[in-house]
Design a protein around this ligand. Structure first.
Ligand SMILES: Cc1ncc(COP(=O)(O)O)c(C=O)c1O
Length: 474
C-alpha cells in the first residue's frame, strides 16, 4: 500500500467507527484473560505490512468502550466533538512541540489568545496562564507556585530546613491534591481535609478553625484548594467566603480553584454568578475542556490572577538556553518556559477549532443542556419508587441507588447492578461512595444523548436490579 493510501484506509475505518458509536452494545465486554486471548498480542506479524497493522486497529476499536454511545454515563468525558477531532488529527500530522514560538508559532499564538480570552472571562487582572496536561497537574503547579511564594528560597534550598507548610482542601477534594502534597514535599498529613456541609461544600467555620490551629502549632498555612464541581457530588465550594477568610488572615495563603469538572461554567456570566461568585478574587484557577466539552484528552488551562511572571519563576530552574532563545520577541516568554514539561503536545488547536466552530455561546448552551439533563435524571430518581437519591444534586452529578428488600446488602447489590449493566453492554455508569454508602454516580458528558436516553438508563437500572433479585430468590 502506498503511504498516501494509508489515509483513505484509516479514514474509512474511523468514519465507520464514528457512525457505529450509537449502535449495539456500549462495549463488547471480555474479562481480561479472555481479551488477552482474543487480542493475541505476542503473535508474530509480517513486518511493514499495513494490512496487518489495520487488523490491529480494527481489533482495538472492536473491543474499545463506545464513549459516544447514548448509554455511556460513566466518566467526566465522553464523545469527542468533530471540530476538536480535526484539531487532534492536524496537530498530530504537524507534529511539533508547543514549547517555543520557534517550533510552534501558530499554536503559541492560539494558546496565548485563548489564555487572554479566559483571563478576561474569569475577571483576572495582570494574570497569566498555561495549558497543562490536566487538572491534576494544574493543581500541582498552583500548589507549587504558592509554596515558592511562601518560602522564597525553596527552589534552591529545598524543604529540609523549612518550617512546616499546611494546605487545606474540601474533604471530597480530588486525589490529585494528595499527589501534589506528596510530590512537593508538603506531606499528605499536612493536607488538611476540611469537613463539608450537607451540600458537599467546605465548611468555612471548620476551615478557619484548621487555619488557626496550624498557626498556633507554629506551622504556615499557605494554600487553600477549593473545588468547583467535586468529583462525586458536583459541589461548589463557597469562593467568596474563602476569599473573605483570606483577607481576614492578612492574605497570607493562596486560594486556588480546582475546576476540572465544573469550572468551565465561568464561560457564562449567569452560571458563574450562580455557582462561582468570587471567582475573580482567587489566585489561581484550573479547568478542563477534555471533560464536559468533548475536546479529546487532554485539554486543560491553569490561570493565575495578579501575579504575571510567577509561573515562569516557579518552574524554571536548570540551564534552558539550548531551547529557549527568546524568539517570541514580543514578551520573550516561550510558553514552555512556564511549564514543567519540555515537550508539549499542541493541545490548543483542538479547542481553538471547537471554540471558533461553536462559539462561546455554543459552549454555554452545552453546559446548560447537561444541567437540564441532570435535573431530569434527579426527577426520574425521585419519581421511581425502586430508586433513591443518596445526596441532593448540586450541579451535574446525580448519586443514587436502588432500594433493596430486607436482608439484601445495598452496597453489594448496587455494585452488582452496575456490573451487570457493564458486562451486558447495556450501559456504563460509575460507582462512588457517599457517607460510607455505595452510590451509582450518573454523569453526563455526552452531547449526543437525548432525554429519552436518560429515561432508558433508569429503566435499565430497575430492570437489571429486578432480574438480580429474581435470580437470587430461592
Ligand atoms: C475535581 C477534580 N479535580 C481534578 C481531576 C483530575 O483531572 P485530570 O484528569 O484533568 O488530571 C478530576 C478528575 O476527575 C476531578 O474530578
Amino acid at each position: 500500500m502506498a503511504d498516501i493510501d494509508v489515509f483513505s484506509r484509516l479514514f474509512s475505518l474511523v468514519q465507520k467507527h464514528y457512525a457505529e458509536q450509537t449502535d449495539g452494545a456500549v462495549i463488547e465486554y471480555c474479562a481480561p484473560a479472555d481479551l488477552r486471548k482474543k487480542l493475541d498480542l505476542p503473535q508474530a506479524t509480517d513486518l511493514e505490512n499495513y494490512d496487518e497493522l489495520f487488523g490491529w486497529v480494527e481489533k482495538y476499536l472492536k473491543y474499545s468502550v463506545k464513549t459516544g454511545h447514548p448509554q455511556f454515563w460513566n466518566r467526566m468525558w465522553a464523545d469527542p466533538n468533530l471540530p476538536a477531532i480535526i484539531g487532534e488529527i492536524v496537530s498530530t500530522i504537524a507534529h511539533t512541540s508547543a514549547c517555543t514560538y520557534e517550533s510552534a508559532p501558530v499554536s503559541t499564538e492560539m494558546e496565548k489568545y485563548l489564555i487572554g480570552e479566559f483571563l478576561r472571562l474569569a475577571g483576572f487582572r495582570d494574570g497569566e496562564g498555561q495549558m497543562t496536561t490536566g487538572s491534576s497537574n494544574g493543581n500541582l503547579v498552583a500548589m507549587m507556585a504558592a509554596r515558592n511564594l511562601t518560602l522564597k528560597n525553596v527552589k534552591a534550598s529545598g524543604l529540609s530546613a523549612a518550617p512546616t507548610l499546611v494546605a487545606f482542601v474540601n474533604a471530597d477534594a480530588h486525589y490529585s491534591m494528595d499527589n501534589a502534597a506528596n510530590v512537593l514535599g508538603i506531606g499528605t498529613d499536612n493536607l488538611k481535609k476540611i469537613p463539608i456541609d450537607e451540600h458537599g461544600r467546605m465548611r468555612l467555620d471548620a476551615l478557619e478553625a484548621e487555619i488557626m490551629a496550624a498557626k498556633k502549632a507554629g506551622n504556615i498555612p499557605f494554600f487553600v484548594g477549593a473545588t468547583a464541581g467535586t468529583t462525586v457530588r458536583g459541589a461548589y465550594d463557597p469562593m467568596d467566603g474563602i476569599c473573605d477568610l483570606q483577607q481576614k488572615c492578612g492574605e497570607d495563603f493562596w486560594v486556588h480553584i480546582d475546576g476540572a469538572w465544573g469550572g468551565s461554567i465561568f464561560l457564562s456570566e449567569a452560571l458563574c454568578d450562580a455557582f462561582l461568585p468570587g471567582l475573580d478574587r482567587v489566585n489561581s484557577f484550573t479547568f478542563d475542556f477534555h471533560k464536559m466539552h468533548g475536546i479529546p484528552i487532554v485539554c486543560n488551562f491553569l490561570l493565575t490572577n495578579g501575579r504575571s511572571g510567577l509561573l515562569k519563576s516557579t518552574v524554571s530552574s536548570g540551564n534552558e538556553d539550548y531551547i529557549f532563545h527568546g524568539q517570541d520577541q514580543e514578551d520573550t516568554t516561550d510558553l514552555g518556559q512556564s511549564s514543567l514539561q519540555c515537550g508539549r503536545h499542541a493541545d490548543v488547536l483542538k479547542l481553538f477549532l471547537a471554540w471558533k466552530f461553536y462559539g462561546q455561546s455554543g459552549f454555554i448552551a452545552r453546559i446548560e443542556r447537561f444541567l437540564q439533563k441532570a435535573k431530569l435524571a434527579e426527577n426520574l430518581v425521585l419519581q421511581t419508587p425502586e430508586l433513591e437519591l443518596l445526596a441532593p444534586r448540586e450541579s451535574f452529578n446525580v448519586n443514587f441507588r436502588m432500594r433493596t428488600p430486607q436482608g439484601v446488602c445495598p452496597d453489594e447489590f448496587n455494585k452488582k447492578v452496575r456490573q451487570n449493566l457493564y458486562e451486558s453492554g447495556t450501559a456504563m455508569v460509575g460507582l462512588a461512595t457517599i457517607n460510607n454508602q455505595t452510590s451509582i454516580r450518573f454523569l453526563i458528558a455526552n452531547d449526543r444523548v437525548a432525554d429519552g436516553d436518560v429515561e432508558d438508563f433508569f429503566a435499565h437500572v430497575v430492570a437489571a436490579g429486578k432480574a438480580i433479585l429474581a435470580e437470587s430468590r430461592p
